[in-house]
Design a protein around this ligand. Structure first.
Ligand code: NAP
Length: 290
C-alpha cells in the first residue's frame, strides 16, 4: 500500500507493545479491504496518556486500541462508553468521531465470537472461570451477560476471586455464584459445562503447567483456554485427549482486533473469513504471537 497525504492513521497504545500482533492483523485487513489506512503501535508512559490522546485528536487519528496497563485509565479521557465497555469497566478500542472519543470493548465479544463458532450457546450453562485478572474480568461479565446459569471463579489469590464475584453480583444479582482458590476442592466438577482458563498458567515458557487437573470433569464439557502462546496449551492437549470440545486463545485475539476494525470503519466485515486467513498466515509463516 502506498502511504500518501490521504492515509488515515490508527494506533495501539500500551506498555509494552513492541511484540504486539495488532499491527500485523490491522494492516492485513486494511490491505485486503483496500483502505488507505495504516496501523502503528506506540509504547507510552502513564504520565503521557493525556497528551497522547490529545495529540491523536489534533492530528486526526481515526481510532486507536488501548492495551495493558491503560484499559481502565483511558476511561477518564473518553466522552462516551459503549454498553460492553461500561459492563466490563474497561476500554480496548476508541473511535474518534469529529473530535469526540467513544470507548468500546471488544475483548469479551472476541471471546464470544470464537465460542459461538462452535455453534454452542452459553445460556443456562454452569461456567467455571480460572483467574481473576483483567481477562477474567472481561470474560466473566460477558458470559454472565449471555445468561449463564451459574458462575464459579477460582483464583490463586482468593480475595481477588471474591472481589470479582462481588462486582458481578452487583450488576447481575440473580446469578448463582461461587468462588475459591485455584483448586478443584472449591467446586463440584461434575456440575460444570464450560471451563475457561483466564490465568497465565501454561503460558510460554511454563508450557508444562496446567491451572487445574481435568480428570474429574464430565467428558462433554467445553474447555476454552484463552492463552495463545503456545497455540495449544497443556490444558487444551489434555482436554483433546479426553475427547472434550476445545477452543484456544488465538481466535479470540484475532477476533477482538477485527471487531475494532468494524467499529472504526463503521461497516460489517467478513470477519470469520478474515480471521481464518490471518490465522493461516500466522501459522504458515510462523509469526511470533506474544
Ligand atoms: P493478569 O491481569 O495479569 O491476570 C493474571 C491471572 O493469572 C491472575 O488471575 C493471576 O492470579 C493468575 N496467575 C498468574 N500466575 C499464576 C500462577 N503461577 N499460579 C496461579 N495463578 C497465576 O493477566 P490477564 O490480562 O488477565 O491475562 C491472563 C492470560 O490470558 C495471559 O496468559 C494472557 O496472555 C491471556 N490473554 C489472552 C487474550 C486473547 O485474546 N486470547 C486476551 C487477554 C489475555 P493472581 O490474582 O493470584 O495473581
Amino acid at each position: 500500500m502506498e502511504i500518501n497525504s490521504q492515509t488515515e492513521l490508527y494506533c495501539l497504545i500500551g506498555n509494552p507493545v513492541n511484540k504486539s500482533l495488532s499491527p500485523t492483523i490491522h494492516n492485513y485487513l486494511f490491505n485486503k479491504e483496500e483502505e488507505n489506512a495504516v496501523y502503528m503501535a506506540f509504547n507510552i508512559e502513564k504520565e503521557d496518556l493525556k497528551s497522547v490522546v490529545n495529540s491523536f485528536k489534533a492530528i486526526n487519528v481515526k481510532g486507536f486500541n488501548v492495551t495493558i496497563p491503560y484499559k481502565i485509565d483511558i476511561i477518564n479521557f473518553v466522552d462516551e462508553l459503549s454498553y460492553e465497555s461500561e459492563l466490563i469497566g474497561a476500554v480496548n478500542t476508541v473511535k474518534i468521531d469529529n473530535g469526540k472519543l467513544i470507548g468500546y470493548n471488544t475483548d469479551g465479544l472476541g471471546f464470544l465470537k470464537a465460542f459461538k463458532e462452535k455453534s454452542i450457546s452459553l445460556k443456562g450453562k454452569n461456567v467455571l472461570i480460572l483467574g481473576a485478572g483483567g481477562a477474567a474480568q472481561s470474560i466473566s461479565l460477558t458470559v454472565v451477560n449471555e445468561g449463564v446459569k451459574s458462575l464459579t471463579i477460582l483464583n490463586r489469590t482468593i480475595s481477588k476471586s471474591r472481589e470479582l464475584i462481588e462486582k458481578i453480583k452487583n450488576k447481575f444479582p440473580k446469578i448463582e455464584t461461587n468462588y475459591g482458590g485455584l483448586n478443584e476442592k472449591y467446586v463440584d466438577l461434575k456440575k460444570i459445562d464450560v471451563l475457561i482458563n483466564c490465568t497465565s498458567v501454561g503460558m510460554y515458557p511454563e508450557v508444562d503447567k496446567m491451572p487445574i487437573e481435568i480428570n474429574g470433569f464430565n467428558k462433554n464439557i467445553i474447555v476454552y483456554d484463552i492463552i495463545y502462546k503456545p497455540l495449544e496449551t497443556k490444558l487444551i492437549k489434555s482436554a483433546k485427549e479426553k475427547g472434550m470440545i476445545t477452543i484456544g486463545g488465538l481466535d479470540m485475539l484475532i477476533y477482538q482486533a477485527l471487531l475494532s476494525d468494524e467499529i472504526w470503519l463503521d461497516r460489517k466485515l467478513e470477519i470469520e473469513k478474515m480471521k481464518n486467513e490471518i490465522k493461516k498466515r500466522i501459522l504458515s509463516e510462523n509469526i511470533e504471537v506474544i
